[in-house]
Design a protein around this ligand. Structure first.
Ligand SMILES: [Zn+2]
Length: 308
């Protein structure tokens, strides 16, 4: 299985650049941090604890060079895992909120990505607990860069404090400009959040595991050919599922809904894409042929036509 997974050409569709920062890199960015301190922050009991850790890491990303460094580190890791194509979420909303130069950061990360054999497209995320105006600014700047590697508009952050409906006009704008839509939905909320994302034109759903509780929603996702971007380790560590055993990935797959496997935040969760495939095999009995199908899905549902 290990050999098979190492050789399998993979694509990663749901990975946050800022969530990919490993402790070693964080110490480089901020030498006053200790490993014990980082380990403590990188331990989560629930979603709010994770949000605090994510914000904390963002504080140490001060310059375009910092963003370029973490892009190179992420892509080196993906390359070593035989990941050929990646759609990387950039927390553009957070960068604007930090009053940083988003255009300069965009240029720096794209330059860094161009040095890697991994083909990259970017998804710019707005923060859902903030205003629709702030999200619109993200979508506007993303739309200006459609020909320069930005492929999609996403919505991340705390679902409890920012339902997708609040951003209906922003989604409509993004769609009208040709941006693909891949919001998070149904991660720590219920099936209604996934329904709402579909209503707004989502082409893929980040997480969406709550769909397992709604047979009609599973049917709809299958019929409309909308994939769920599944991140097993993330869901377990953040308490989105009560335990690994209770993760619905097998039920969703068996219901015929297309899925992809993803790391979400590999640095903060200390996981890798290969490991996510291993967990699927070990904990849920996915066979080599099923994993091949899931890996092929990641290319098939990408927002850029990549031929393996
Ligand atoms: Zn995510």
């Amino acid at each position: 299985m290990n050999d098979f997974l190492a050789r399998l050409p993979k694509a990663e569709l749901h990975v946050h650049l800022e969530g990919s920062v490993e402790p070693e890199t964080l110490v480089e960015l901020e030498p006053s941090l200790t490993r014990d301190w980082i380990e403590e922050v990188y331990t989560y009991g629930d979603f709010p604890a994770f949000m605090r850790a994510y914000e904390w890491v963002n504080r140490f990303l001060r310059t375009p060079d910092d963003y370029a460094l973490i892009t190179r580190r992420l892509l080196r890791r993906l390359e070593s895992e035989n990941v050929r194509y990646a759609e990387i979420n950039l927390s553009a909303g957070v960068i604007l909120w930090k009053k940083q130069d988003l255009a300069a950061i965009d240029a720096a990360v794209r330059r860094a990505a161009a040095e890697s054999p991994v083909v990259v497209r970017w998804i710019w995320d707005a923060v859902r607990q903030w205003s629709a105006e702030e999200a619109l600014r993200v979508a506007e700047m993303a739309a200006e860069r459609l020909d320069e590697g930005v492929a999609g508009f996403g919505l991340g952050g705390d679902e409890m404090r920012g339902p997708a409906e609040k951003f209906a006009s922003v989604f409509a704008f993004a769609r009208s400009k040709g941006l693909h839509l891949a919001p998070h939905a149904g991660e720590i909320t219920g099936p209604e959040a996934v329904w709402a994302a579909l209503e707004l034109g989502a082409e893929r759903i980040g997480h969406g595991i709550a769909a397992a509780r709604d047979p009609r929603l599973l049917d709809t996702l299958r019929e409309r050919d909308i994939p769920l971007e599944i991140s097993i380790t993330s869901n377990v560590l953040l308490g989105a599922v009560p335990s690994l055993r209770e993760h619905p990935v097998r039920r969703i797959f068996d219901a015929g809904v297309p899925i992809t496997l993803n790391t979400d935040d590999p640095g903060l969760f200390r996981t890798t894409l290969t490991r996510e495939y291993e967990i699927a095999a070990r904990a849920f009995g996915f066979t080599e042929s099923e994993l091949k199908q899931i890996a092929a899905n990641a290319f098939r549902y990408a927002f850029f036509q990549y031929t393996v």
